[in-house]
Design a protein. Structure first.
Ligand code: TPP
Ligand code: MG
Length: 574
């Protein structure tokens, strides 16, 4: 435990130095007049070589948040984001919602309009300094973040920064929000004194309660048809192996519903796909691992006699207003540890013959399911417009095991397999569109040696503010491959309409409102305009070669690339 000190001239310098000392490597930012002391402090840090996070410009706040999100989810470190007062915060909230629901730790900060009208250094000196002030700037997002506060003076700096980071890093992790008034940042300060390492650390993750685990083991051992459902077990990298071992050892099938992380390798014998509906209906015990929505109750629910166990860092998802999934045992725990202990408990309780009978049944289902997927791929490989299953399969063929894929909606995982922990990331359950492009850039920043692919719908791409995204890729030297599944529509809106009104007027209309996206710009030219490689692909036979060309630009020329793949939207008439 050491008391350290650093010569500084302002609170802003001390603040930035402390962030760097606490391991915050990057400050993703979109600036305004509130940034003057930060700009000054960064220039000084640069000139004299004092510690500071690396500044990363993003020309839209949603991009800054998405880049920070992608960086945090791949690196496991906490990034800082800073935006311009009330208005910048407003633009960033969609990104904060995404990060909050995915438990992604971000130190989200914003300037405050100068509080004083004259007198102090940093006091108001521009027209906007009145209109941008709010009574409660943090009120806009208090429901979203885990904690918010305003830095009021230099004396509290270390406590405030350490508390912000400790709360962001304590499970379930998530964004915290700190406002930084201009006068406070500009205030003179001669020395930063701080403890290194920090004396206010994050809370350790919870370990499963023994009695609750024993109850869970009893339920699973007694079941004929147990089922594991997960969305994000793989957020804990050790969970992939633990889940693979438990599922295989006790022949329990696994469905990854709406996965945001890879939780089980695609070729695992217990991998039964991505649709829980048929299996939930037959299960007599369900083990839900890190899943906010394990099934859709209006479609299916476990039979009344089935017992349901939920395991996760917050198995009740306490920040969700309503969530009524049946739950007989709820175990707050890191999934990998809980699964290891559960496997140990099951070892002595299970009936080996029953397990082997089940293994044979699951193998049959596995073969049928994988056969159906293969048959679909075979039937659509020549389809024009290109079928998303064929595109997904072609991506699997080129990506290699080391790639990171960031998917906003459109990649079909049954046709594009993943094996390694941390190789797949899906969009947040908050589903704030416009995340994928920025998140892929942040992932590349965290893992520059790995191939990073963003798979996006045409809608998701447009929401991402593509000019800003391609600019960031070029400016920060982040050569990613973006693949747009361009069906020229918001198919999600179409599917929702057909689902509610299968025989309705919209289903019969040639041109229902708010579904088709006509007159789309040439996405490949948008990427090319930022120095990237761009290509439009319409011919399914040409797709593998186009992917190789794009990959070559990314890996050999170290240029970003985009394939604008003209796709069909399967399922439904309009
Ligand atoms: C910020 C935001 N606005 C609107 C929506 C509603 N929404 C969900 S999916 C979707 C369409 C996505 O289009 P695209 O990416 O092209 O995928 P597709 O539905 O065509 O497969 C929309 C508009 C949203 N999720 N987030
Ligand atoms: Mg679309």
């Amino acid at each position: 435990m050491a008391q350290k000190s650093l010569k500084v001239e302002s609170v802003a310098e001390a603040y930035l130095a402390l962030l760097a000392e606490r391991g915050v490597e990057y400050l993703f930012a979109n600036a305004g007049t509130d940034f003057a002391p930060i700009v000054e402090a960064l220039a000084k840090a640069d000139a004299i070589g004092s510690p500071a996070p690396k500044p990363m410009i993003a020309v839209h706040e949603n991009l800054a948040m998405s880049m920070a999100h992608g960086y945090a989810m791949v690196s496991g470190k906490v990034p800082a984001v800073m935006v311009h007062v009330s208005v910048g915060t407003a633009n960033a909230i969609c990104g904060a919602l995404n990060a909050a629901r995915e438990s992604v730790p971000i130190l989200f900060t914003a300037g405050r309009t100068p509080l004083t009208e004259e007198g102090l250094a940093g006091a108001r000196d521009a027209y906007i300094h009145w209109g941008q002030e709010m009574y409660d700037q943090a009120g806009m997002l208090r429901e979203v973040v885990k904690w918010d506060y305003e830095l009021r003076n230099a004396e509290q700096l270390e406590t405030v920064v350490d508390r912000a980071l400790a709360i962001a890093r304590s499970e379930p992790c998530g964004p915290v929000y700190l406002t930084l008034p201009r006068e406070v940042l500009a205030a003179p300060l001669a020395e930063l004194r701080y403890q290194q390492p920090a004396r206010r650390v994050a809370a350790a993750s919870p370990r499963a309660d023994e009695a609750a685990l024993a109850e869970a083991a009893k339920i699973l051992a007694a079941a004929e048809n147990p089922l594991i459902l997960t969305t994000s077990a793989g957020r804990d990298p050790a969970a992939l192996e633990a889940l693979a071992a438990l599922a295989e050892g006790f022949a329990i099938p696994v469905v990854q519903f709406s996965p945001r992380h890879l939780s089980l390798p695609c070729d695992h014998p217990m991998q039964l796909g991505f649709n829980p509906t048929p299996l939930v209906a037959e299960a007599d015990a369900v083990l839900v691992l890190e899943s906010d929505v394990p099934w859709i109750p209006s479609r299916v629910s476990p039979p009344a006699h089935a017992r349901v166990i939920h395991v996760g860092l917050d198995p009740l998802f306490q920040r969700y207003p309503i969530r009524g999934f049946l739950c007989d045992v709820a175990i707050p725990a890191r999934v990998s540890g809980a699964l290891d202990e559960l496997a140990h408990l099951l070892e002595s309780r299970c009936d080996k013959r029953r397990i082997e009978r089940r293994r044979a049944r699951v193998a049959e289902r596995h073969a049928v399911l994988h056969g159906q997927w293969q048959a679909l791929r075979d039937s659509v490989r020549g389809a024009r417009p290109i079928h998303p299953a064929w595109l997904s399969h072609c991506i699997e063929e080129i990506k290699g095991d080391g790639a990171i894929v960031v998917n906003e909606y459109t990649l079909m995982q049954e046709h594009c397999g993943f094996r390694r922990a941390g190789s797949y990331f899906g969009s947040s359950s908050a589903s704030g569109l416009g995340w994928g492009l920025g998140a892929a850039l942040g992932a590349k920043l965290a893992a520059p040696e790995r191939l990073v692919i963003a798979t996006l719908g045409d809608g998701a791409y447009l929401f991402a503010n593509p000019v800003a995204g391609h600019h960031a890729a070029r400016l920060h030297g982040l050569p990613i491959l973006t693949i747009v599944f361009n069906n020229a529509m918001w198919n999600a809106v179409r599917r929702a309409t057909l689902g509610m009104y299968p025989e309705g007027a919209a289903a019969k209309s040639n041109h229902p409102a708010f579904i088709h996206l006509e007159a789309l710009p040439a996405f490949e030219a948008v990427c090319a305009s930022a120095g990237g490689y761009g290509e439009r692909v319409e011919d399914p036979a040409e797709l593998p070669a186009a992917l190789v060309r794009a990959l070559d630009a990314v890996t050999h020329e170290r240029r970003q690339a985009l394939l604008n793949v003209i796709c069909q939207a399967p399922g439904g008439a309009i």
